[in-house]
Design a protein around this ligand. Structure first.
Ligand SMILES: NC(=O)C1=CN([C@@H]2O[C@H](COP(=O)(O)OP(=O)(O)OC[C@H]3O[C@@H](n4cnc5c(N)ncnc54)[C@H](O)[C@@H]3O)[C@@H](O)[C@H]2O)[C@@H](O)CC1
Ligand SMILES: [K+]
Length: 516
């Protein structure tokens, strides 16, 4: 895959520091990174909160380089004519922060103090923070919260103070409306979306060092998907757009494969056949007349018919966790050598046996789409540890299965068996509902049938599915959004348009927490 713009990386604190260090070692003065971070942040604040020009800003500066960024922001806002005051929580302890303060002071001298600031800048702590916030900072965190309660917009520099950039851990922390991330997104941003608010990743002049090849995942965006998913040609017919067989829908669970089919049909599939429990065949046929419906391919004859017809098999939605499921999935994986997507019960029946499943999958293009509990079952771990270590667990599972893994969640982590890892951070809490995974499975199976590329299909499907969730919510509310709306929003999501942003902005993510 090649994208015109360098993809944004999702880093740990150490990986972020390594990028700064690499740029500095290659000749970029460290102060120039800080200056660029602070000036870009000031411009972003002026662009996002117009009232800052009249009502002004108060900047809370810690003693490290994050505080140094804060001093640069304060100076720039003052030079732009905004009333600005600084709360110096600790004196600068680094050379760059000392210089930033010295350069800001002349601009701040004799400047009007904001009485009811429109903006509070949190420059207490950034990637250098370790452990829980020390007590001395708590009154300042409270002061920031009180000013927010009075109507100010809280802008966090690099990340909200109190959140660990690597693990997302942290109890008391700043709650931001906008987080201005520098150079890279940090894992902590994507694990703590409620506290970050809208996230804007700014270019601070790391250049090619931002893409240091140290395993830090890339962030999937619209440009990635545009590159990975081919356009549908003018003369396309259902064979070109590919045929998808979906095996699922046990007794009382006809809805799951139907949702998968609807995800597929809103993602450019040519034809879908649903293979369900015999009693569900008439239900499916009546509900989705544009698909074909048949009973589970248990006999050799039924299998032949399906396997000669399909380009890809999706196994699992609503299949049921039974001995029959295990036998059927095993049999199909032996008889069918082509691309497969396994979800839900098709994974659950291999509890604790990832190697066995891996040997059935062989070297074919394959994708599995577990949520953390399903991944935990496969690996016989506890669900909480899978969520906490989602970046490592996805990669481990991909290696054991020899398949691409979409570990669903906030954020979704996509891992290939060859070690590539990407993150999709599109989405909305509206997606956290029964049936959502079935829709995703239908999208990803369609893309796999069309491209044959599991990793690109997995990344693209995860992003588009999340984007549909964002669109559906932006047109209404989280509570009022049903899966119906999300399936419908795929129509818009597939336009793959991106918000137009300023050149200094590398990527943006909307605020998704605390949204009604
Ligand atoms: N060259 C660079 O490395 C650049 C760094 N930049 C900024 O610098 C930040 C990292 O700066 P630093 O490494 O100086 O670290 P920070 O400024 O994030 O924090 C370090 C300071 O916080 C204190 N501290 C650590 N943990 C604490 C806790 N739990 N409670 C209270 N105080 C705590 C330390 O004693 C130290 O004074 C980035 O997040 C970014 O904002 C940017 O200016 C761009 C360039
Ligand atoms: K901060």
């Amino acid at each position: 895959m090649s994208t015109a713009v360098m993809p944004v990386r999702v880093t740990t604190a150490a990986q972020a520091a390594a990028r700064d260090a690499a740029a500095i070692a290659a000749g970029t003065p460290s102060y120039s990174l800080m200056h660029r971070a602070g000036t870009s942040a000031a411009h972003a604040i002026l662009a996002h909160v117009a009232e800052v020009r009249s009502a002004g800003a108060v900047v809370f500066c810690g003693g490290g380089n994050n505080g140094g960024d804060g001093w640069v922001v304060a100076g720039e806002l003052a030079r732009a004519g905004c009333p600005v005051s600084v709360v110096e929580v600790a004196a600068p302890s680094t050379d760059d922060a000392t210089r930033a303060k010295a350069e800001a002071l002349p601009a701040l001298a004799g400047h009007a103090e904001p009485r009811h600031p429109a903006v509070v800048v949190d420059a207490l702590l950034g990637t250098g923070a370790t452990g829980a916030l020390r007590d001395a900072l708590l009154p300042h965190v409270d002061a920031i919260a009180a000013t927010r309660a009075a109507g100010a917009t809280v802008v966090a520099l690099d990340l909200p103070s109190g959140i660990d950039a690597t693990t997302g851990a942290g109890g008391r922390c700043v709650r931001a409306d906008i987080t201005l991330a520098f150079g890279t997104l940090k894992r902590g941003h994507l694990l703590r979306r409620d506290e970050c608010g809208a996230i804007v990743c700014l270019d601070i002049g790391l250049g090619p060092h931002a893409a240091l090849d140290d395993g830090a995942p890339t962030l999937v965006d619209a440009a990635y998907v545009r590159d990975a998913v081919p356009p549908i040609p003018a003369d396309a017919h259902k064979g070109v757009r590919r045929r998808l067989g979906i095996v699922g829908g046990g007794e009382g669970m006809a809805g799951a494969p139907m949702l998968a089919a609807r995800g597929a049909m809103r993602s450019g599939v040519g034809m879908v056949q649903l293979l369900v429990a015999p009693s569900n065949v008439p239900v499916v046929q009546a509900a989705l007349p544009e698909t074909m419906a048949g009973r589970w391919p248990v006999t050799a004859e039924d299998q032949d018919r399906v396997l000669h017809w399909t380009h890809c098999l999706l196994l699992g939605p609503g299949l049921g966790r039974t001995a029959m499921t295990r036998a059927l999935v095993e049999r199909l994986l032996v008889e069918w050598k082509g691309p497969v997507v396994l979800d839900a019960d098709a994974l659950n029946v291999f509890e604790g046996e990832p190697r066995m499943l891996g040997s059935l999958l062989g070297a074919r293009p394959a994708i599995v789409t577990p949520h953390p509990v399903e991944a935990a079952r496969l690996l016989r771990r506890d669900g909480a540890s899978v969520s906490a270590e989602r970046f490592a667990v996805g990669a481990e599972l991909a290696k054991q299965l020899g398949a691409t893994v979409i570990l669903k969640g906030v954020p979704t982590v996509i891992s290939a068996p060859d070690g590539r890892v990407a993150v999709s951070a599109s989405g909305s809490p509206a997606l956290g509902t029964a049936g959502s995974g079935d829709v995703l499975a239908g999208i990803v199976a369609t893309l796999l049938a069309q491209t044959g590329d599991p990793f690109a299909s997995a990344c693209s499907a995860a992003w588009v599915h999340g984007r549909a969730g964002e669109i559906a919510v932006s047109e209404g509310s989280v509570r009022g959004t049903s899966l119906e709306d999300i399936v419908e929003a795929l129509r818009r999501a597939w336009r793959l348009d991106e918000p137009a942003h300023h050149a200094a902005v590398l990527t943006t993510l909307p605020a998704v927490g605390s949204v009604r």
